[in-house]
Structure formats: structure tokens, C-alpha cells
Design a protein around this ligand. Structure first.
Ligand code: OXD
Ligand code: MN
Length: 599
């Protein structure tokens, strides 16, 4: 079957093959030839498009089925042994019951297809912080995206040896082919109810069925590096987080590393690749989506980016919002669900150029600006090797990780939350992480619009275990080292609006001004005033030189509106009820203390 000295791996591959009944099994070596030949097979079969090789060398476009365009949160399950260990009751199914259901779906699901076995490493191969997984998938699209997003192939298998630990990741698009049946461009299970993104935390195992898209199918990313890794992190005393990692160098050459947790669609990738708007300062990228943090021998937290690529949202990415992402995707990039121009290039809404007169939209149809439809799906993506980003920090693959000085948390809030707020101590920082979130802008129930969807540390869709226990784990991390060695936690909000419903802060590259204040605080020179909600910059502490922003606007951005905060406290109290008994008492105390300071 496959040649490996790892008995458990061999047995698992044989068991899966017997269940899924593929035509053949291919063990991925991770080579460039393998990658190229798989892309070519798909293009030759008409399942993908090679882009204009002069404009976009090495680039390809794929279009997904219109029913399979994003992560399916309502089909994501955490099948822990005990129901109370799951993040919430609605994502829990008893593991043996779930396995029995899914085994029926998997039975014969790979007929007519090749079963690919993809050994992969999350993090640099061999780093003490890295972990190994093996994904079995019947999707060639998954193989070449995993090749970009993780480190795959023979070297990983060698590192695994004959008895190394690995996370079992099983994936099928859920569309077997009958003899002679022609494949569709994007096979997937026909109905949403047939899709399952299942996690078995105690077994460190993932079973995904029915979707070929993004986090549903590239199992190293959200399923492993967040949901399963969070459980490993809890058990082993470290942190697996939905955070970017950036490197900031000040004019004197001093270097700081900062992590940031923001819900999806808050510009994490843009912030990770930011171009500072004033001279002398440099921002470089370590990671844009996930950080694994462990204590080093010196008692500080060190972070690695467990990924090797970026799976970024294309719409809205432009030379204004993220010039370094635009430079990264000039070559060797897989595009999914973007528009195809008549000269074989890509286009999407918010790319910063005029819409072409004609293109082929993400569903493969003719499109003109008059169509009244999106050329690219709102969740269209680019998959690109991180090494192609022109501002990757040299140490992005350092197996030891980078020492973290600050952690940002935040969301999209039109009001109440100031531009930046420094936590008073670790527990207060965890409190701020627990209350972050975004206003709901679209909702089936219009009553929800404007309400805050609290998204603790941006992990709401990615918890692998009980969310109260998760916050308790954060609190316990703060007790493992000297307080002065812990990163400082900052609550930021780029999205505050004025009375005219306009964003007050320009965002994008100008966010570097806030980063500057943060590192000035860390080095001891930044000026702050203590308020009931935390330490805020003094009126003149944020460098606004060269920026067209009035003193009044800055005052509004840094205002602590006590009445608004008391409404916030009431809303947090309501949200905290959803934790039940698992709510850490330290956080209840933080909330009480805040209310007291406000009144
Ligand atoms: C992502 C997400 O794709 O958070 O990174 O949804
Ligand atoms: Mn993300």
C-alpha cells in the first residue's frame, strides 16, 4: 500500500482505504514535480484554468461549486467524550454516534478517485514547537493547496520516524465517481446536511466530509492548528491562537514582535503586511492567521507561525489596502473564485483598478459591469507561499520562534471602544480578550444588526473545547512566569465611526502609529493616562505628524464614554451567562471591578 516504517500510520491508511475504496493510493512526496503534474492534470481535464503565464507566471484559477464557498460553521462539530467539554452544546455529538454516521458517508466515497496521503508539518520541520499531521484526501486541489499552506512530503515522514505522534486528518469531497463518469469542476456533497467538519479532541483526530473549500478541506489550518492544537496546548501548557505575528523595528534598530487576534474580516492579513506610514520604522511579517506560543527557557512566550503560506481573502485586497499581498501574488499563486479577465489575468471587487468591460465571473459566466453581480465571490481566495511576501521577517521560519512583547485584541466597533487601550495586568488583558468582538452588520434577524457578537480572542468559530475552560487556560498561562516577562495586552479598534457614520481613523498603514505607541509603552517612553477601562494614550501620545486628523477626532477616538461603557457592562454580563459554571471567577471579578471604576 504505502511504504512507511510507521505501523500506526500504515494501519490507519489501510483502514481508511478499505472504508473509502479509492481506485488507488498516492503517498505525496511534496516535490515540485508532483505539484506541477497535479496542476497540469486538472488543467488538462478542464477542471482548472492556467492564467496568462506572462502576467501571472505559475498561477492558476479554480472555481468552486456555488454551494461550497466558505467554512460551514453550522456543520462543524466537536465530539469530545463529555458534552460539557465541547465549546457549546450545539456543536457536540457523542463521538461514537458521529463516527457511525460518518462511516456510512465514507463507505465507498472515494470510488473512481485517487486517495492522496499527505504528511505535513505545522511549523518548521523539526521545531520543538511544530506538530505533524497526515491528511488523507481525495482532492488534488487539497494536495497542492496543502503544499503551499504547510510543509508536506517525504521529509515530514522521515521526521515522524517509526513511532512519532501525528494528528489523523481524513477528508473526502464526498462525491464518488461511477465507472466512466466524468468529474465535475468542483465535486462536493450535494446538500449542506451531508457536510461534516468533525473533531475528536481526545483522539487528536479530524474527519471532514462533503466540502472541498478552505478551512473545511485544508485540515492543517483551522481544524488542526486551532481546534485540535488548542486542546494539545491546554494539556501541554502553551497557546494555539487565531493571531497574526508581526515584527516591528524602531529607528534605533530595536526589534519587537507583536501578536494580534482579530475576528475574520477585520484586516488581519493587511495588518500583518502593513507598510508604516512614517519613516524610520519597519514592519515585517511572521504570520497572518495563526500563532503557536510556548514558553522559552527565559520565561518569555515565543511564537511560531505554524503555516507556510497565506490563504487570503482576495476582494478588497489592493495596492492601497495591502501592497505587500499584491506583490506576493504576482506568481505561483492559486486563485479560487475570482474573476478571469479576457487577457487571462485576475480581477476582483476592491482590487483598485476599473472593472474590465468583460470578464468571466467566479461561476464561469460572462460578466460585464452592468451584470449587477459580483465578479469574484466575497470569500474568493489566493493561496500563496509565505516566502513570496516581500516583507517576510528573516526569522519567520526560526524553529525557536520569536519572543512576543505585546498581544493586540480587537474587533469592528463603531462606538464605545477607543482606538487603543492598554490592559492593567494579565488578568485584565484576558478580560479584554474575552469581551472583544464585532457589531453584526448583516443578519437574518434584523433585530441582531448593531448588536455585538462577542468573539473571545477571535476564537468563537475555532474553539476545540469549552470556552470557559479556554479562558481559564489563558489565566493560568499568566501564572506560569514572572509578570514582567508576559506580553502586554492591548485592546484596539480601527473602526470607530463619527456622527456622520464615517470611520474616524484612516486605518491600513496608519495603524503603525498605534503600534509605535505600543512599543513606546513597552520600552517605557510612551505616555498614558489611567482610566476606568485601562491605560489610554495621552492626547498627544500618538504620533499624528503628517496625518490629516483633527485634535477633536483624536479626542473622540480616545474618549471613555462612561454611559456607553455601562451599557457595555450590561451586555458583557448577558454574554457571560452563556459560559454557565465554566466562567472563570477571575473574569467575573474583572467585570465587577470595571463596573465599580465606572460608577
Ligand atoms: C480565515 C478565517 O479564513 O478566519 O482565516 O475565516
Ligand atoms: Mn483566520
Amino acid at each position: 500500500m504505502i511504504s512507511t516504517s510507521h505501523k500506526e500510520l500504515k494501519a490507519w491508511v489501510e483502514e481508511v482505504a478499505a472504508l473509502c475504496k479509492p481506485d488507488s493510493v498516492h503517498l505525496c512526496d511534496g516535490s515540485e514535480e508532483e505539484y506541477q503534474s497535479m496542476l497540469q492534470i486538472m488543467v488538462d481535464a478542464g477542471l482548472g484554468v492556467q492564467l496568462n503565464q506572462e502576467k501571472r507566471p505559475g498561477c492558476y484559477l479554480f472555481r468552486s461549486h456555488p454551494s461550497d464557498v466558505a467554512r460551514v460553521e453550522n456543520r462543524t462539530f466537536i465530539a469530545s467524550k463529555n458534552a460539557e467539554d465541547a465549546p457549546s452544546p450545539d456543536v457536540w455529538i457523542e463521538p461514537e454516534e458521529l463516527k457511525a454516521t460518518m462511516r456510512k458517508s465514507y463507505d465507498g466515497c472515494m470510488r473512481g478517485r485517487i486517495m492522496y496521503v499527505i504528511p505535513f508539518s505545522m511549523g518548521p520541520i523539526g521545531s520543538p514547537i511544530s506538530k505533524i499531521g497526515v491528511e488523507i484526501s481525495d482532492s488534488p486541489y487539497v494536495v497542492f493547496n496543502m503544499k503551499i499552506m504547510t510543509r508536506i512530503g517525504t521529509k515530514v515522514l522521515e521526521t515522524l520516524g517509526s513511532d512519532g505522534e501525528f494528528v489523523k486528518c481524513l477528508h473526502s469531497v464526498g462525491k464518488p465517481l461511477a465507472a466512466g463518469e466524468k468529474d465535475t469542476a468542483w465535486p462536493c456533497a450535494p446538500s449542506i446536511d451531508d457536510k461534516y467538519i468533525s473533531h475528536f479532541p481526545e483522539e487528536r483526530m479530524i474527519w471532514s466530509f462533503g466540502s472541498g473549500y478552505g478551512g473545511n478541506a485544508l485540515l492543517g489550518k483551522k481544524c488542526f492548528a486551532l481546534r485540535i492544537a488548542a486542546v494539545q496546548a491546554r494539556d501541554e501548557g502553551w497557546l494555539a491562537e487565531h493571531m497574526l505575528i508581526l515584527k516591528l523595528t524602531d529607528p534605533s534598530g530595536k526589534v519587537y514582535y507583536v501578536c494580534g487576534a482579530f475576528p475574520s474580516a477585520c484586516g488581519k492579513t493587511n495588518l500583518a503586511m502593513l507598510e508604516p506610514s512614517f519613516p524610520g520604522w519597519k514592519v515585517e511579517t511572521i504570520g497572518d492567521d495563526i500563532a503557536w506560543m510556548k514558553f522559552g527557557a527565559d520565561g518569555r512566550l515565543y511564537a511560531i507561525n505554524p503555516e507556510a503560506g497565506f490563504f487570503g481573502v482576495a476582494p478588497g485586497t489592493s495596492m492601497h489596502s495591502n501592497p505587500n499581498a499584491m506583490r506576493s501574488i504576482e506568481k505561483n499563486t492559486i486563485f479560487t473564485n475570482v474573476g478571469l479577465t479576457d487577457d487571462g489575468d485576475v480581477w476582483w471587487e476592491g482590487i483598485g483598478t476599473e472593472p474590465p468591460e468583460h470578464l468571466i465571473d467566479w461561476q464561469g459566466n460572462d460578466w460585464t459591469p452592468a451584470s449587477g453581480k459580483l465578479a469574484a465571490h466575497a470569500n474568493a481566495r489566493f493561496t500563496v507561499p509565505a516566502a513570496q511576501c516581500p516583507v517576510m521577517g528573516d526569522e519567520w521560519e526560526d524553529p525557536a520562534g520569536v519572543p512576543i512583547s505585546a498581544i493586540l485584541v480587537g474587533g469592528r466597533r463603531e462606538n464605545t471602544i477607543p482606538l487603543v487601550n492598554e490592559s492593567l495586568d494579565w488578568n485584565h488583558g484576558v478580560f479584554l480578550g474575552s469581551i472583544m468582538g464585532s457589531e453584526i452588520t448583516t443578519a437574518a434577524i434584523t433585530d441582531d444588526v448593531g448588536q455585538v457578537r462577542r468573539d473571545p480572542f477571535a476564537m468563537l468559530p475555532f474553539f476545540g473545547y469549552n470556552k470557559g475552560d479556554y479562558l481559564q487556560h489563558w489565566l493560568s498561562i499568566g501564572k506560569k512566569t514572572d509578570a514582567c516577562k508576559l506580553p502586554k495586552i492591548y485592546f484596539v479598534n480601527w473602526f470607530r465611526k463619527n456622527a456622520d457614520n464615517k470611520f474616524i481613523w484612516p486605518g491600513f498603514g496608519e495603524n503603525s502609529r498605534v503600534l509605535k505607541w505600543i512599543v513606546e509603552r513597552i520600552s517605557g517612553t510612551g505616555k498614558a493616562v489611567e482610566t476606568p477601562i485601562g491605560n489610554l494614550p495621552t492626547a498627544d501620545a500618538i504620533d499624528t505628524s503628517g496625518l490629516d486628523i483633527s485634535n477633536d477626532a483624536m479626542a473622540e477616538l480616545l474618549q471613555v464614554d462612561k454611559e456607553a461603557w455601562l451599557i457595555e457592562v450590561a451586555s458583557i454580563k448577558e454574554n457571560y451567562k452563556s459560559y454557565g459554571k465554566a466562567l472563570p471567577k477571575e473574569l467575573e471579578e474583572q467585570l465587577e471591578a470595571l463596573e465599580k471604576r465606572l460608577s
